[in-house]
Design a protein around this ligand. Structure first.
Ligand code: MG
Length: 431
Protein backbone atom coordinates (compact mmCIF):
# COMPACT_ATOMS: atom_id res chain seq x y z
CA UNK A 1 0.00 0.00 0.00
CA UNK A 2 1.09 3.62 -0.57
CA UNK A 3 1.86 5.46 2.65
CA UNK A 4 4.31 8.11 1.44
CA UNK A 5 3.25 11.37 -0.15
CA UNK A 6 5.72 13.73 -1.78
CA UNK A 7 7.40 14.58 1.57
CA UNK A 8 7.13 11.52 3.77
CA UNK A 9 4.18 9.91 5.51
CA UNK A 10 1.71 12.49 6.77
CA UNK A 11 -1.86 12.70 8.06
CA UNK A 12 -4.23 13.63 10.86
CA UNK A 13 -3.34 12.22 14.27
CA UNK A 14 -5.32 9.17 15.34
CA UNK A 15 -6.92 9.02 11.92
CA UNK A 16 -4.16 8.11 9.44
CA UNK A 17 -1.24 8.56 11.86
CA UNK A 18 -2.00 6.34 14.85
CA UNK A 19 0.27 4.35 17.19
CA UNK A 20 -0.27 1.11 15.20
CA UNK A 21 0.95 2.63 11.95
CA UNK A 22 3.83 4.39 13.76
CA UNK A 23 4.96 1.10 15.31
CA UNK A 24 4.90 -0.53 11.86
CA UNK A 25 6.91 2.35 10.40
CA UNK A 26 9.37 1.87 13.29
CA UNK A 27 9.64 -1.88 12.61
CA UNK A 28 10.31 -1.20 8.93
CA UNK A 29 13.08 1.29 9.79
CA UNK A 30 14.51 -1.02 12.47
CA UNK A 31 14.78 -3.95 10.11
CA UNK A 32 16.72 -1.89 7.56
CA UNK A 33 19.30 -0.16 9.80
CA UNK A 34 21.60 -0.65 12.81
CA UNK A 35 21.67 2.90 14.26
CA UNK A 36 19.26 5.76 13.66
CA UNK A 37 18.73 9.26 15.04
CA UNK A 38 15.22 10.57 15.69
CA UNK A 39 13.95 14.14 16.13
CA UNK A 40 10.59 15.89 16.24
CA UNK A 41 9.00 19.29 15.77
CA UNK A 42 7.04 20.77 18.74
CA UNK A 43 3.63 19.19 17.95
CA UNK A 44 2.40 17.78 21.30
CA UNK A 45 1.44 14.42 19.73
CA UNK A 46 5.04 14.13 18.54
CA UNK A 47 5.71 12.21 21.78
CA UNK A 48 3.06 9.64 20.91
CA UNK A 49 4.42 9.19 17.41
CA UNK A 50 8.04 9.12 18.59
CA UNK A 51 7.45 6.52 21.30
CA UNK A 52 5.54 4.18 18.99
CA UNK A 53 8.18 4.50 16.25
CA UNK A 54 11.03 3.93 18.71
CA UNK A 55 9.31 0.85 20.10
CA UNK A 56 9.03 -0.62 16.60
CA UNK A 57 12.65 0.24 15.77
CA UNK A 58 14.02 -1.36 18.95
CA UNK A 59 12.00 -4.55 18.38
CA UNK A 60 14.07 -5.12 15.24
CA UNK A 61 17.42 -4.84 17.00
CA UNK A 62 18.26 -1.31 15.83
CA UNK A 63 19.61 1.33 18.28
CA UNK A 64 17.96 4.76 18.55
CA UNK A 65 19.45 8.15 19.48
CA UNK A 66 16.96 10.87 20.46
CA UNK A 67 17.81 14.40 19.39
CA UNK A 68 14.65 15.89 20.93
CA UNK A 69 12.96 18.90 19.36
CA UNK A 70 15.05 19.96 16.37
CA UNK A 71 14.48 21.40 12.92
CA UNK A 72 14.58 19.04 9.94
CA UNK A 73 17.82 20.58 8.58
CA UNK A 74 19.38 20.22 12.05
CA UNK A 75 18.49 16.52 12.14
CA UNK A 76 19.89 16.19 8.62
CA UNK A 77 23.30 17.37 9.84
CA UNK A 78 23.28 14.89 12.74
CA UNK A 79 22.11 12.07 10.43
CA UNK A 80 25.63 12.02 8.92
CA UNK A 81 26.79 9.89 11.83
CA UNK A 82 23.93 7.38 11.53
CA UNK A 83 22.32 5.05 9.01
CA UNK A 84 19.14 7.13 8.84
CA UNK A 85 17.47 10.25 10.28
CA UNK A 86 13.84 9.92 11.37
CA UNK A 87 12.09 13.29 11.57
CA UNK A 88 8.64 13.45 13.14
CA UNK A 89 6.88 16.43 11.60
CA UNK A 90 4.00 17.48 9.41
CA UNK A 91 6.09 20.42 8.14
CA UNK A 92 3.76 23.32 7.25
CA UNK A 93 0.49 21.42 7.84
CA UNK A 94 -1.91 22.54 10.62
CA UNK A 95 -1.64 21.36 14.25
CA UNK A 96 -3.84 18.25 13.91
CA UNK A 97 -1.36 16.70 11.44
CA UNK A 98 1.83 14.84 12.07
CA UNK A 99 4.06 12.55 10.06
CA UNK A 100 7.51 11.15 9.37
CA UNK A 101 10.27 12.21 6.99
CA UNK A 102 13.12 9.75 6.47
CA UNK A 103 16.57 11.14 5.70
CA UNK A 104 19.71 9.57 4.29
CA UNK A 105 23.07 10.32 5.98
CA UNK A 106 23.78 12.96 3.31
CA UNK A 107 20.54 14.81 4.18
CA UNK A 108 18.53 13.73 1.14
CA UNK A 109 15.00 12.48 1.80
CA UNK A 110 14.36 8.85 0.90
CA UNK A 111 14.00 8.34 -2.85
CA UNK A 112 11.17 6.42 -4.54
CA UNK A 113 12.94 3.09 -4.29
CA UNK A 114 13.66 3.52 -0.58
CA UNK A 115 10.08 4.63 0.10
CA UNK A 116 8.72 1.58 -1.72
CA UNK A 117 10.94 -0.68 0.35
CA UNK A 118 9.68 0.90 3.60
CA UNK A 119 6.07 0.57 2.38
CA UNK A 120 6.61 -3.11 1.62
CA UNK A 121 8.01 -3.64 5.13
CA UNK A 122 5.10 -1.76 6.74
CA UNK A 123 2.69 -4.22 5.10
CA UNK A 124 4.90 -7.26 5.61
CA UNK A 125 7.19 -6.71 8.62
CA UNK A 126 10.31 -8.72 9.32
CA UNK A 127 10.34 -11.12 12.30
CA UNK A 128 11.27 -9.36 15.55
CA UNK A 129 14.69 -10.19 17.01
CA UNK A 130 15.13 -12.35 20.14
CA UNK A 131 15.02 -10.75 23.61
CA UNK A 132 18.77 -10.36 23.92
CA UNK A 133 19.10 -8.52 20.59
CA UNK A 134 16.48 -5.79 21.16
CA UNK A 135 17.93 -2.33 20.46
CA UNK A 136 18.81 0.32 23.03
CA UNK A 137 17.89 3.99 23.17
CA UNK A 138 19.87 7.01 24.34
CA UNK A 139 19.66 10.79 24.08
CA UNK A 140 21.76 12.79 21.60
CA UNK A 141 22.12 16.34 22.85
CA UNK A 142 24.48 18.12 20.49
CA UNK A 143 22.40 18.41 17.28
CA UNK A 144 21.55 22.11 17.63
CA UNK A 145 25.07 23.11 18.70
CA UNK A 146 26.63 21.06 15.88
CA UNK A 147 24.43 22.69 13.26
CA UNK A 148 25.03 26.20 14.62
CA UNK A 149 28.80 25.64 14.78
CA UNK A 150 28.94 24.51 11.14
CA UNK A 151 27.11 27.63 10.01
CA UNK A 152 29.14 30.01 12.19
CA UNK A 153 32.36 28.45 10.91
CA UNK A 154 31.32 29.57 7.43
CA UNK A 155 29.92 33.03 8.15
CA UNK A 156 31.69 34.23 11.32
CA UNK A 157 30.42 36.24 14.28
CA UNK A 158 30.90 39.87 13.27
CA UNK A 159 27.59 40.66 11.58
CA UNK A 160 26.28 43.96 12.78
CA UNK A 161 22.74 43.82 11.45
CA UNK A 162 19.20 43.82 12.83
CA UNK A 163 16.91 40.98 11.76
CA UNK A 164 13.37 39.90 12.66
CA UNK A 165 12.71 36.15 12.81
CA UNK A 166 9.25 34.55 12.89
CA UNK A 167 9.62 30.86 13.79
CA UNK A 168 5.84 30.17 13.60
CA UNK A 169 6.22 28.52 17.07
CA UNK A 170 7.88 25.66 15.17
CA UNK A 171 11.15 23.76 15.38
CA UNK A 172 13.20 26.78 14.28
CA UNK A 173 12.65 28.34 17.74
CA UNK A 174 15.67 26.71 19.33
CA UNK A 175 18.12 27.57 16.59
CA UNK A 176 17.55 30.47 14.18
CA UNK A 177 17.20 33.39 16.66
CA UNK A 178 20.17 32.06 18.69
CA UNK A 179 22.32 31.44 15.63
CA UNK A 180 21.76 34.96 14.30
CA UNK A 181 22.53 36.40 17.74
CA UNK A 182 25.77 34.36 17.85
CA UNK A 183 26.60 35.74 14.40
CA UNK A 184 26.50 39.20 15.93
CA UNK A 185 23.01 40.25 14.83
CA UNK A 186 20.49 42.21 16.85
CA UNK A 187 17.51 39.81 16.72
CA UNK A 188 13.81 40.50 17.18
CA UNK A 189 12.08 37.11 17.60
CA UNK A 190 8.37 36.61 16.86
CA UNK A 191 6.42 33.43 17.64
CA UNK A 192 9.67 31.92 18.84
CA UNK A 193 8.45 29.90 21.82
CA UNK A 194 7.95 26.31 20.64
CA UNK A 195 4.24 25.44 20.67
CA UNK A 196 2.97 22.74 18.33
CA UNK A 197 -0.56 24.14 18.46
CA UNK A 198 0.83 27.07 16.44
CA UNK A 199 -0.94 29.89 18.33
CA UNK A 200 0.89 32.64 16.40
CA UNK A 201 -0.36 31.75 12.94
CA UNK A 202 -0.77 28.85 10.53
CA UNK A 203 2.73 27.37 10.05
CA UNK A 204 2.74 27.54 6.25
CA UNK A 205 5.11 30.41 5.38
CA UNK A 206 3.00 32.14 2.73
CA UNK A 207 2.29 35.85 2.58
CA UNK A 208 -1.31 35.61 3.84
CA UNK A 209 -0.18 33.88 7.08
CA UNK A 210 2.58 36.42 7.73
CA UNK A 211 0.66 39.57 8.56
CA UNK A 212 2.80 40.78 11.47
CA UNK A 213 6.42 40.51 10.47
CA UNK A 214 6.59 43.13 7.69
CA UNK A 215 5.39 45.86 10.08
CA UNK A 216 7.81 44.73 12.80
CA UNK A 217 10.72 44.90 10.34
CA UNK A 218 9.83 48.51 9.46
CA UNK A 219 9.01 49.65 13.03
CA UNK A 220 12.16 48.13 14.51
CA UNK A 221 14.39 49.45 11.74
CA UNK A 222 15.57 45.95 10.83
CA UNK A 223 17.29 45.18 7.55
CA UNK A 224 15.75 41.78 6.99
CA UNK A 225 12.86 39.62 8.14
CA UNK A 226 12.74 35.81 8.02
CA UNK A 227 9.90 33.33 8.50
CA UNK A 228 10.01 29.54 8.81
CA UNK A 229 7.47 26.73 8.52
CA UNK A 230 6.79 24.21 11.32
CA UNK A 231 9.99 22.17 10.88
CA UNK A 232 12.16 25.07 9.64
CA UNK A 233 13.21 23.55 6.34
CA UNK A 234 11.57 26.48 4.56
CA UNK A 235 12.53 30.14 4.69
CA UNK A 236 10.81 33.18 3.24
CA UNK A 237 12.14 36.71 3.62
CA UNK A 238 11.11 40.36 3.93
CA UNK A 239 13.28 43.32 2.98
CA UNK A 240 13.94 46.45 5.07
CA UNK A 241 10.75 48.06 3.73
CA UNK A 242 8.73 45.16 5.10
CA UNK A 243 8.14 43.85 1.59
CA UNK A 244 7.53 40.10 1.12
CA UNK A 245 10.15 38.80 -1.32
CA UNK A 246 8.53 36.37 -3.73
CA UNK A 247 9.90 32.83 -3.90
CA UNK A 248 10.99 33.24 -7.52
CA UNK A 249 12.92 36.42 -6.71
CA UNK A 250 14.55 34.89 -3.66
CA UNK A 251 15.47 31.83 -5.74
CA UNK A 252 17.07 34.13 -8.32
CA UNK A 253 18.90 36.08 -5.60
CA UNK A 254 20.42 32.92 -4.09
CA UNK A 255 21.20 31.49 -7.52
CA UNK A 256 22.97 34.70 -8.57
CA UNK A 257 25.61 33.95 -5.92
CA UNK A 258 26.27 30.49 -7.45
CA UNK A 259 26.22 31.42 -11.08
CA UNK A 260 27.68 28.23 -12.52
CA UNK A 261 25.24 25.36 -12.15
CA UNK A 262 21.92 25.41 -10.28
CA UNK A 263 18.93 23.07 -10.14
CA UNK A 264 15.34 24.34 -10.07
CA UNK A 265 11.94 22.71 -10.72
CA UNK A 266 10.34 22.92 -14.18
CA UNK A 267 7.73 25.42 -12.99
CA UNK A 268 9.93 28.14 -11.51
CA UNK A 269 10.35 31.48 -13.28
CA UNK A 270 12.61 31.84 -16.33
CA UNK A 271 14.28 34.80 -14.58
CA UNK A 272 16.81 32.24 -13.43
CA UNK A 273 18.06 31.53 -16.97
CA UNK A 274 19.00 35.18 -17.27
CA UNK A 275 21.38 35.13 -14.33
CA UNK A 276 22.81 31.62 -14.29
CA UNK A 277 24.81 29.97 -17.11
CA UNK A 278 23.72 26.42 -16.51
CA UNK A 279 20.19 25.83 -15.22
CA UNK A 280 18.97 22.27 -14.80
CA UNK A 281 15.20 21.89 -14.51
CA UNK A 282 13.81 18.94 -12.66
CA UNK A 283 10.62 17.42 -11.28
CA UNK A 284 8.74 19.53 -8.72
CA UNK A 285 9.63 18.60 -5.12
CA UNK A 286 12.71 19.27 -3.00
CA UNK A 287 13.56 15.54 -3.00
CA UNK A 288 14.03 15.64 -6.77
CA UNK A 289 15.94 18.91 -6.68
CA UNK A 290 18.34 17.43 -4.09
CA UNK A 291 18.84 14.23 -6.10
CA UNK A 292 19.64 16.19 -9.23
CA UNK A 293 22.05 18.53 -7.39
CA UNK A 294 23.99 15.48 -6.26
CA UNK A 295 23.89 13.84 -9.67
CA UNK A 296 25.11 16.83 -11.67
CA UNK A 297 27.31 18.24 -8.92
CA UNK A 298 25.53 21.62 -8.81
CA UNK A 299 26.39 24.35 -6.29
CA UNK A 300 22.85 25.25 -5.35
CA UNK A 301 19.22 24.34 -5.91
CA UNK A 302 15.87 25.43 -4.62
CA UNK A 303 12.17 25.87 -5.07
CA UNK A 304 10.15 29.08 -4.90
CA UNK A 305 8.12 27.62 -2.01
CA UNK A 306 11.12 28.48 0.20
CA UNK A 307 13.30 25.36 0.11
CA UNK A 308 16.97 26.22 -0.43
CA UNK A 309 19.58 23.49 -0.79
CA UNK A 310 23.28 24.22 -0.34
CA UNK A 311 25.18 20.97 -0.98
CA UNK A 312 28.22 22.50 0.66
CA UNK A 313 26.49 21.87 4.01
CA UNK A 314 23.85 19.22 3.26
CA UNK A 315 21.45 17.87 0.63
CA UNK A 316 18.51 18.72 2.89
CA UNK A 317 16.79 22.07 2.34
CA UNK A 318 18.44 24.21 5.05
CA UNK A 319 16.43 27.30 5.95
CA UNK A 320 18.72 28.07 8.87
CA UNK A 321 21.81 28.15 6.68
CA UNK A 322 19.74 30.21 4.20
CA UNK A 323 18.97 32.85 6.88
CA UNK A 324 22.68 33.12 7.76
CA UNK A 325 23.53 33.32 4.05
CA UNK A 326 21.14 36.27 3.56
CA UNK A 327 22.46 38.09 6.64
CA UNK A 328 25.97 37.73 5.24
CA UNK A 329 24.80 38.85 1.79
CA UNK A 330 22.93 41.90 3.16
CA UNK A 331 26.25 43.28 4.39
CA UNK A 332 27.77 43.01 0.92
CA UNK A 333 24.92 44.17 -1.31
CA UNK A 334 21.65 46.09 -1.02
CA UNK A 335 19.15 43.22 -1.18
CA UNK A 336 16.15 45.45 -2.02
CA UNK A 337 18.02 47.02 -4.96
CA UNK A 338 19.15 43.62 -6.20
CA UNK A 339 15.57 42.30 -6.01
CA UNK A 340 14.25 45.35 -7.87
CA UNK A 341 16.77 44.80 -10.64
CA UNK A 342 15.34 41.35 -11.35
CA UNK A 343 12.75 41.37 -14.11
CA UNK A 344 9.18 40.40 -13.32
CA UNK A 345 7.36 38.43 -16.00
CA UNK A 346 3.63 37.91 -16.43
CA UNK A 347 2.32 34.39 -15.96
CA UNK A 348 -1.01 32.59 -16.12
CA UNK A 349 -2.40 29.37 -14.63
CA UNK A 350 -5.58 27.40 -15.18
CA UNK A 351 -6.93 23.95 -14.30
CA UNK A 352 -9.16 21.83 -16.56
CA UNK A 353 -11.40 19.04 -15.28
CA UNK A 354 -10.89 15.93 -17.44
CA UNK A 355 -11.69 12.22 -17.61
CA UNK A 356 -8.58 10.02 -17.76
CA UNK A 357 -5.86 12.59 -17.05
CA UNK A 358 -3.01 10.07 -17.49
CA UNK A 359 -4.18 8.96 -20.94
CA UNK A 360 -4.53 12.58 -21.98
CA UNK A 361 -0.98 13.29 -20.80
CA UNK A 362 0.30 10.27 -22.79
CA UNK A 363 -1.42 11.49 -25.95
CA UNK A 364 -0.12 15.02 -25.45
CA UNK A 365 3.40 13.66 -24.98
CA UNK A 366 3.14 11.80 -28.31
CA UNK A 367 1.77 14.87 -30.02
CA UNK A 368 4.56 17.14 -28.78
CA UNK A 369 7.28 14.59 -29.50
CA UNK A 370 6.04 14.32 -33.07
CA UNK A 371 5.62 18.01 -33.81
CA UNK A 372 8.07 19.96 -31.69
CA UNK A 373 11.85 20.11 -31.71
CA UNK A 374 12.98 17.93 -28.80
CA UNK A 375 15.41 20.59 -27.60
CA UNK A 376 12.40 22.65 -26.52
CA UNK A 377 10.77 19.84 -24.50
CA UNK A 378 11.33 18.76 -20.91
CA UNK A 379 9.47 15.70 -19.64
CA UNK A 380 10.91 15.72 -16.09
CA UNK A 381 7.44 16.43 -14.73
CA UNK A 382 4.52 16.62 -17.15
CA UNK A 383 5.45 18.51 -20.32
CA UNK A 384 7.37 21.78 -20.33
CA UNK A 385 7.55 23.49 -23.71
CA UNK A 386 10.21 26.14 -24.16
CA UNK A 387 9.63 29.18 -26.43
CA UNK A 388 11.98 31.95 -27.52
CA UNK A 389 10.52 34.32 -24.92
CA UNK A 390 8.57 32.12 -22.52
CA UNK A 391 7.40 28.63 -21.62
CA UNK A 392 4.29 26.57 -20.99
CA UNK A 393 3.88 23.63 -18.64
CA UNK A 394 1.16 20.99 -18.67
CA UNK A 395 0.82 18.55 -15.81
CA UNK A 396 -1.81 16.18 -14.43
CA UNK A 397 -2.83 17.10 -10.88
CA UNK A 398 -1.64 14.61 -8.26
CA UNK A 399 -4.85 14.82 -6.23
CA UNK A 400 -7.70 15.90 -8.55
CA UNK A 401 -9.13 14.80 -11.93
CA UNK A 402 -7.53 17.85 -13.49
CA UNK A 403 -4.85 18.91 -15.91
CA UNK A 404 -3.09 22.16 -15.08
CA UNK A 405 -1.65 24.60 -17.56
CA UNK A 406 0.90 27.24 -16.56
CA UNK A 407 2.69 29.72 -18.79
CA UNK A 408 5.14 32.58 -18.35
CA UNK A 409 6.52 35.02 -20.93
CA UNK A 410 8.51 38.21 -21.23
CA UNK A 411 5.49 40.32 -22.11
CA UNK A 412 1.71 40.13 -22.20
CA UNK A 413 1.38 39.50 -25.94
CA UNK A 414 3.90 36.62 -25.94
CA UNK A 415 2.15 35.19 -22.90
CA UNK A 416 -1.17 35.26 -24.73
CA UNK A 417 0.33 33.57 -27.79
CA UNK A 418 2.07 30.82 -25.77
CA UNK A 419 -0.88 30.26 -23.48
CA UNK A 420 -3.49 30.14 -26.25
CA UNK A 421 -1.43 27.84 -28.45
CA UNK A 422 -0.85 25.38 -25.61
CA UNK A 423 -4.47 25.51 -24.48
CA UNK A 424 -5.56 24.77 -28.07
CA UNK A 425 -3.37 21.65 -28.20
CA UNK A 426 -4.71 20.56 -24.81
CA UNK A 427 -8.33 21.06 -25.94
CA UNK A 428 -7.60 19.13 -29.15
CA UNK A 429 -6.58 16.10 -27.09
CA UNK A 430 -9.28 16.45 -24.41
CA UNK A 431 -11.81 16.55 -27.28
MG1 MG B 1 8.82 21.91 6.12
Amino acid sequence: MRYFGSSGIRGIINEKIDPDLCMKIGKAIGSLFDEVIIGRDPRPHGFMVENAIISGILSQGCDVYKAGMVSTPTLAISARGFDCGVMITASHNPAEYNGVKLLNPDGRSFDTEQMELVEKLIDDPAEPVSWNEVGTSDTYRSSVEDHKTEIINRFGTDHDLKAVVDCANGAGCNITPFLLKDMGCNVVALNSNPDGKFPGHDPEPVEKNLQEIGGVVVDSGAELGFAHDGDADRLVAFDKDGRFLSGDKLLALFASRFNKKVVVPVNSSMVIEEIVDDVIRTKVGDVFVAQEIKEVNAQFGGEPSGTWIFPDISYAPDAIFAAAFLVDLAEKIDISEEIDRLPEYPSKKEGFYVDGKDEIMDRLTELYEEKIDHERLNFADGIRIGYEDGWAWIRASGTEPKIRLTAEAKDASSLKYIYDETKMKLKEVIG
